[in-house]
Structures are given as C-alpha cells and as structure tokens.
Write a protein that binds this ligand. Sequence first.
Ligand code: HXC
Ligand code: NAP
Length: 292
Amino acid sequence: MNYKNSMLKDNALESKTIVVTGGGTGLGKSMATYYSKLGANVVITSRKLEVLEKASKEITAETGNKVLPVVCDVRKEDQVNDLLKAAESEFGEVNGLLNNAAGNFISPTERLSPKAFGVIIDIVLKGTINCTMVFGKNWIDKKQPGTVLNIVTTYASTGSGYVVPSACAKAGVLAMTRSLAVEWAKYNIRFNAIAPGPFPTKGAWDRLVPKPLKDKISMEKRIPLKRTGDHQELANLAAYLMSDFSAYINGEVVTIDGGEWLQGAGQFNQLEAVPSEMWDMIEESIRGTKGS
Ligand code: HXC
Ligand code: NAP
C-alpha cells in the first residue's frame, strides 16, 4: 500500500450525490472519479459540454456508476440554479458540493487590466459564493444536512506575487470556509478546505509553468519531499473530508504540499544548501565563540 492506492472502503460514499465544479479536467476529474468509485452519484460541471461528456463516459467506464455532465458557468447564478435542478431531478437530492472550478495565470500585477483581475475573482471567489449560496440555501430550506469542500491553495494564507488575483480570491474562499463553518453548523452544513501544493495538471501547468519558463522553474526542487503530488493522494483526502468519517471536522484547511510552503517560511531552511563536510568547520567556528 502506498499513496497511489485508494484509502477508503469501497462503499464510503454510497447513496451520496456530490457536485464537483470543474469536474471534467485535472484534479476535479480525479476527485470526481474517486467519489464515483466509492459509490457516489456524481455531477460534474464546467463551461464545456464536450469535455464534460467525455469525462463522464470515461469515469462511468471505470467505476460503473452514473456521472451526470451539466454545463454551468459558476459566475452565473441562474446557471447554478439550473445545475441544482438538474442534479436533483437526476438523483433526488444533493449531499455534497466540491468547489473546485478555478481560473488562474501568472503575470506581473501591473500588467493586469481590470478585466483580467476581475475574471479570476469572478470564477474563483464569486463562483464559489454562487454555488455555496444556491446549494446551501436549498439545504437550509429543506432541512437537509450538507458538506462543502473548497479547493484553495497554500498562498491563500501566505499570499504570493505574480498570481495576485488568484491569491485574493482564494483567501476570500478560505475566509468564507471558516465563517460559514461556524454560522451554518446549526443547519448541519459542514465546511472544509484543502490547500494543495503543486499537482501536475494541464490546466495549471499551461498557465503557471508556460513553455518559456519550463527550464527555469522546478516545482520539485522547491518541495522538501522532492516530488509533486499524486492525484490519488489528493482524491483520498477529498473523499475523507466529503465522507461521514470526517463528521467532526469543520472549518479546517488541510495543506497537502510535501512541506513546500514551510520550506519558504522557515528562516534557516536555506541551510539545506550547506554541504555536510562544511558542518564540521561551521560547528568549530560557533564553539570557538564561547565566552566571547
Ligand atoms: C494577462 C490575461 C492573460 C495573461 C488572459 N488575460 N490571459 N492578461 N496575462 N496571461 C486577460 C485578457 O486579456 C482579458 O482582459 C481577461 O484576462 C479575460 O480573458 P479571457 O480570455 O476573455 O477570459 P476567459 O475566456 O473567461 O478565460 C478565463 C482565463 C482562462 C482564466 C483567462 O485561463 C481560463 O479559462 N482558465 C480556466 C482554467 C484554469 O485557469 N486553470 C488553472 C487553475 S490552476 P482584457 O482587458 O484584455 O479584455 C490554479 C493553481 C494554483 O489555480 C496553485 C498552483 C501551485
Ligand atoms: P484545471 O484542470 O484547469 O481545472 C479548472 C477547472 O475549472 C476546469 O475544468 C475549468 O473548465 C473549470 N472552470 C473554469 N472556469 C469556470 C467557470 N467559469 N465555470 C465553471 N467551471 C469553470 O486545473 P486544476 O489544476 O485541476 O485545478 C483544479 C483546482 O485545484 C483549482 O481550484 C485550482 O486552483 C486548485 N489547485 C491546483 C493546483 C495544482 O497544482 N494543479 C494547486 C493548488 C490548487 P472550463 O474551462 O471548461 O470551464
């Protein structure tokens, strides 16, 4: 057994219906696949029907369970309302919402037009708010419990240059996670977040490690564990946090990044670069300062 294996029991999500935004590609597709493998009815959404239909067929072929593809631009509240209707009409009720859809690209902030800044805020922050409000109010009205899981990033907490719209939007999503975890607990609605470090996907890599930078940026080198994440280990965490096994976890953000963000934060972590043979000399020098 290792991190590439499934973690939960085969029926861990049986009889649950889970909506995954951005579920036709990348990490959303991997998490949707694992939810389906664990017995959930899954609804995947994004702006592109063709991509969704292909993903839905592939997932069903792998898991044997129905996956409903629904076109929905999360920026448009009317489309999110239609998404809820489609999910309920197919599966009866919705039990979980995975807010995963996002937009992002690297750019010096001074080069961004208001529209470029706004498009990221609209997809990531307003899109997550739209879905949370539509699904959340429906659960409250019907007195149904619900689980919301939000995919953020490690820089939602630390901030980061060159992805400032994304950092602002993800920080907002994290604030919403912690706020509603408390406010809506009385309705039996749980909120948690995952902050992934680098997990290779086409969507992220094309926009964050574009061709001219490929040789200049090494994600692996930045990470203490010297590797990027495997989709299954994220899916394992996302399944646990969506399942009833995590029923007492509420308002938490779980970082899964191989130690990447702490590597940058620890003041002396750069000493990793000191070769082992130099440490005798360094120790001698420090011991020599005794009493001075
Ligand atoms: C500067 C840019 C730009 C760029 C677009 N714009 N790309 N500005 N540098 N590289 C500007 C456009 O010129 C326009 O402004 C405005 O942004 C909107 O662009 P559109 O192309 O019209 O928007 P749209 O078609 O809605 O596409 C949205 C998008 C696109 C975000 C720009 O990349 C997209 O669809 N992304 C979805 C998938 C995605 O991004 N996945 C990555 C998630 S990864 P003007 O003013 O010129 O009209 C992630 C990982 C985080 O979040 C952490 C990793 C470790
Ligand atoms: P991805 O494949 O590009 O996923 C983004 C998804 O969001 C796409 O399916 C996209 O589909 C959808 N989307 C974008 N705008 C939308 C809109 N307006 N309405 C509905 N759907 C929309 O990239 P990914 O790497 O898997 O990212 C998934 C999540 O993980 C994101 O929240 C991202 O911030 C987070 N994350 C990723 C990494 C990483 O290393 N990969 C690290 C940290 C966090 P359409 O364009 O077809 O609509």
